[in-house]
Design a protein around this ligand. Structure first.
Ligand SMILES: [Zn+2]
Length: 328
């Protein structure tokens, strides 16, 4: 019931925003900084009924309303929403005695998370496609005798079991230790009529650097922006996956939030990348890096079925939270 109340609250807020858009547009005119459009955070907060106060003068600001807490920091692309780290496309800029947020980040990250997009009425999330990373000749990360491909498939099977009671259909891009081309994964998801695509992975660092730990969840980089992870970065123009940017951002956030609530590992944040499986996805999509196989404690959790099931449970919670947000 509490969740329902929160959702109603957001819907009302959105209506109000819609109501003041025309009059607020003049106040929210773009400010050009570093060649990019920005909005003044103070003006945006006033138009959207958020309170603003400095946590550190001229550096860190806290924006709050009844349901959300957003922290923005000058010269940093790291924001924090309700305790979860969010990587923005561009650093926040200090200017004119306040903070300015890029219009790209406002439109593609902050707005979809604060005012979740709703599916058209009657359109429900019925089919979820799980993509166990790697397989066959591609083992993914390797630590000792353990290969990532084995554990992504086990995690997918555990997620499927736990999703059963919710009545959704679950489809896999691979069900055995088989190699599947990256481009074939989103294609399979589309053929299956997937309403959601979740790619599952585990991280690892180079040998000798085993202190890094935590979960991170990727969604596709917005048009024209730089990725948090620039591996494979090239053209920054529009790709198929950008059509579902708002939903994908929300999906990545809800999964990361649930992973952080369900485990004690470090919050590495919601990140952006132009990974092939996200670029070509014809539906909202996220890529989960659920932990580091190279970290001694986290590795034990990944390789142990009981604690891995906890990760699966958290990912299911995130998927179902997204499903509720967009309207079922
Ligand atoms: Zn991987």
């Amino acid at each position: 019931m509490k969740r329902f109340a929160a959702a109603v609250c957001c819907a009302l807020a959105l209506t109000m925003v819609g109501g003041v858009t025309l009059s607020a547009r003049a106040e929210l005119r773009a400010v050009k900084l570093f060649g990019r459009d920005h909005v003044r955070v103070r003006d945006w907060a006033a138009a959207n009924k958020f309170q603003v106060r400095w946590l550190e003068p001229d550096r860190r600001a806290l924006l709050t309303n009844a349901t959300h807490r957003l922290v923005l920091t000058a010269n940093s692309p790291q924001a924090e929403l309700n305790g979860i780290k969010i990587w923005l496309a561009f650093p926040v800029v200090a200017s004119g005695g306040g903070l300015c947020l890029s219009s790209v980040d406002l439109q593609t990250t902050v707005t979809p998370l604060l005012f979740p997009p709703r599916n058209p009425s009657g359109r429900k999330v019925k089919t979820i496609v799980l993509d166990p990373g790697h397989g066959g000749k591609d083992p993914g990360n390797r630590v000792g005798a353990e290969a990532e491909k084995k554990y992504t498939l086990l995690l997918a099977q555990e997620i499927k079991d736990l999703l059963k009671p919710s009545g959704v259909k679950v489809v896999f891009t691979r069900t055995s230790d088989k190699f599947v081309e990256l481009a074939d994964r989103p294609a399979k998801a589309q053929q299956a009529g997937g309403d959601l695509f979740v790619s599952l992975h585990f991280n690892a660092t180079a040998e000798g650097r085993n202190e890094v730990q935590g979960s991170e969840v990727y969604c596709l980089t917005p048009v024209g922006a730089t990725s948090t992870n620039t591996r494979g970065e090239g053209n920054t123009s529009r790709v198929a996956g950008n059509r579902h940017n708002d939903q994908s951002t929300l999906l990545a956030y809800q999964i990361q939030k649930a992973l952080q609530a369900g485990t004690v590992s470090e919050d590495r944040g919601v990140r952006r990348a132009r990974f092939a499986v996200l670029r070509d996805a014809a539906m909202p999509a996220a890529l989960v890096e659920a932990g580091f196989m190279s970290h001694p404690v986290e590795a034990k959790k990944i390789f142990n079925s009981t604690s891995r099931r906890e990760m699966a449970r958290a990912i299911v919670k995130g998927i179902l939270a997204y499903k509720r947000d967009v309207g079922g």
